[in-house]
Design a protein around this ligand. Structure first.
Ligand code: SF4
Length: 588
């Protein structure tokens, strides 16, 4: 395996993926052998195995089932289905069955919120799980039937494009954007992208032309282009659709960027949950090479550029661009200190442009149609359109494209949502807006989003939503800095306590204080936004939090008396003096 990857440490994740797939864990022997073959410390390999949730040092089942824990899956009855699945397979959640055939666990959102409840089996997406499908899956697993012989519809992933707009309606032919750029001139094409006002579609909104120009102006000649296809924000799945049906345009946008900044190598960092797209994307790249649109001498010798696909391994933080670069280098995805920014010092310390799938897709369309075409849509500060992934309580979940400036009310009407309590715009790290705010607009200057748009109706429990999101952040915190590592766990515990009916007025005060600390002291965007689900819901629905509190000033979240049980047994005591009274209520 190491030889297949030319013994390059940068390919550690690829190699570990292959070992995990073959042995259902990473055996200790493999760690030793890889350390020797790749000439890297074994601690770096162990660190990576422990960092990425798809790797394990202990054996998983030969059929590894992971069920998505996204809020939308919960809304579709995930909890009950999980219990049914565990019962059918005779395995507890988080365990491997004693015969080693199957293991079952939760995983973060798999990017199938429009067709859940969803999960993964040995890394491949399973959609539309229900009791009858689970019955069949249990039978297939118990019969140890290879995945290739499972019914194809179990793995069917639909695009669900409901409302195409500016970009999705303007399909361009293979090579059209590159030919247009060559005819116009690469500098002039960059000027068109500048004129279009295109800003990064991952959520941060940095001007694309400026990023490309900064990178092109760097002194170092070796430069890289990276496409961030690690869309891990719960409720986001539009990049999945772009890569499934419009990969040519995405690759063309990357090639255009390479021609402008002078890069010879590009990477598509594909989230591990989209393993089902890997083969199709490799075929698209091969087709482009055969057509002279990738490789050496593209466009009659004007450009040399190729693209390699790298798969992630289940780490939300790798969507952060510097963590993604660390991951591309075969390391744990810990966000770097910034500055320097990737345009100055990115992959292997070289100038690197990192853009989202949708950004490259939009850039290729702009190269064909021009900057004015794009800038004519949207608002003054947010030009063009935004592709949304809509899920939750609506009749038509799927992909919608709107010019910036469209109201939330109009979007809700289109997707068939009624009796709406609120909308989570931008996923858990975004904003929860109430039904009083539906005239607000989709725009960088109002409601910015990387694409996630989750609808909640009047029957939903606000605290259950905040609870799910805080669990997500506590699970996905990379653990590098204390405010986020400890803070997200404290936040989760506080929410557990309040939703469990043990919260008091003091707990809400403590909750706000923890939110403030995480937001202001965390190292990267994950920590800085992890408190948003609590802050935005607490601000809008304080009465819903209040109604869940007990009428006491404080109840500890830790059972001190229970923790003393072992000591009591050892001392052979069970008298009143050997017990502690903990709560104000108990004292009364
Ligand atoms: Fe890691 Fe959280 Fe710190 Fe970001 S804020 S570096 S995710 S621990």
């Amino acid at each position: 395996l190491a030889a297949k990857h030319d013994f390059r440490p940068t390919h550690l994740l690829e190699i570990l993926r292959a070992v995990q797939a073959r042995y259902h864990h990473i055996p200790a022997d493999a760690v030793e052998l890889l350390a020797e073959a790749l000439r890297i410390p074994r601690t770096r390999i162990i660190d990576a195995i422990e960092f990425y949730s798809f790797f394990s040092l202990t054996p998983k089942g030969r059929y590894e089932l992971l069920i998505s824990d996204s809020i939308t899956d919960h809304m579709l009855g995930k909890q009950e289905l999980m219990a049914y699945l565990a019962d059918k397979l005779n395995v507890a959640v988080g365990e491997v069955r004693s015969d080693g055939v199957v293991s079952l666990d939760n995983t973060s959102c798999t990017g199938m919120c429009d067709q859940g409840p969803a999960g993964l089996v040995n890394g491949y997406a399973l959609t539309r799980l229900d009791r009858s499908r689970i019955d069949q899956i249990a039978e297939l697993i118990n019969g140890e039937i290879p995945l290739e012989e499972w019914p194809a519809e179990f793995f069917e992933v639909d695009d669900n494009i409901r409302k195409p707009g500016l970009l999705l309606n303007s399909q361009t032919a293979q090579g059209e954007a590159l030919k247009a750029a060559l005819a116009r001139g690469f500098k002039e094409t960059l000027a068109e992208i500048d004129k279009s006002g295109l800003r990064g579609r991952g959520g941060a909104g940095f001007k694309t032309a400026m990023k490309w120009r900064f990178c092109a102006e760097e002194q170092q000649v070796e430069r890289y282009v990276v496409c961030n296809a690690d869309e891990g924000e719960p409720g986001t799945f539009k990049d999945r659709v772009l890569l499934n049906s419009f990969a040519h345009q995405v690759f063309e946008g990357m090639t255009l960027c390479a021609a402008i900044i002078g890069a010879k190598q590009g990477f598509l960092y594909l989230r591990g949950e989209y393993l089902h797209l890997h083969g199709k994307l490799q075929a698209t790249l091969a087709e482009r090479r055969a057509s002279g649109l990738l490789g050496t001498g593209i466009l009659g010798g004007a450009v040399d550029f190729d693209i390699e696909i790298r798969l992630g391994a289940g780490a939300y933080i790798c969507g952060e661009e510097s963590a993604l670069i660390e991951s591309l280098e075969g390391k744990s995805g810990i966000p770097r200190n910034r500055p320097p920014y990737p345009v100055t010092s990115g992959y292997l310390g070289r100038p690197t442009v990192v853009n989202n799938v949708e950004t490259f897709y939009a850039a290729s369309a702009i190269a064909v149609h021009g900057g004015d075409w794009f800038a004519a849509s949207g608002t003054e500060k947010s030009q063009g359109s935004k592709i949304l992934s809509i899920s939750g309580d609506c009749a038509k979940p799927g992909i919608y494209e709107y010019p910036f400036g469209t109201t939330i009310r109009a979007i809700l009407e289109d997707c068939g949502a009624s009796d709406v309590l609120g909308v989570q715009v931008g996923g858990p790290s975004g904003t929860f807006i109430s039904d009083q705010e539906f005239d607000r607009k989709l725009a960088f200057e109002d409601l910015a989003t990387g694409g996630s748009f989750i609808v909640f109706n009047g029957n939903r429990d606000i605290l259950a939503i905040a609870h799910n999101f805080t669990h997500f952040f506590a699970h996905e915190s990379c653990g590098f800095c204390t405010p986020c590592r400890v803070g997200t766990s404290l936040l989760r515990n506080q929410l557990d306590k309040i939703t469990g009916g043990h919260g008091s007025a003091g707990d809400v005060v403590a909750l706000e204080e923890i939110c403030r600390l995480i937001k202001t002291n965390s190292h990267c965007g994950l920590g800085q936004t992890a408190a948003n689900p609590v802050l935005t819901t607490l601000e809008r629905y304080p009465e819903r939090y209040q109604s869940r509190l007990k009428k006491i000033s404080f109840e500890p979240g830790f059972d001190l008396d229970g923790a003393l049980e072992t000591a009591r047994r050892m001392a052979n005591r069970n008298d009143a003096a050997a017990h502690l009274q903990q709560t104000a209520a108990e004292h009364e």
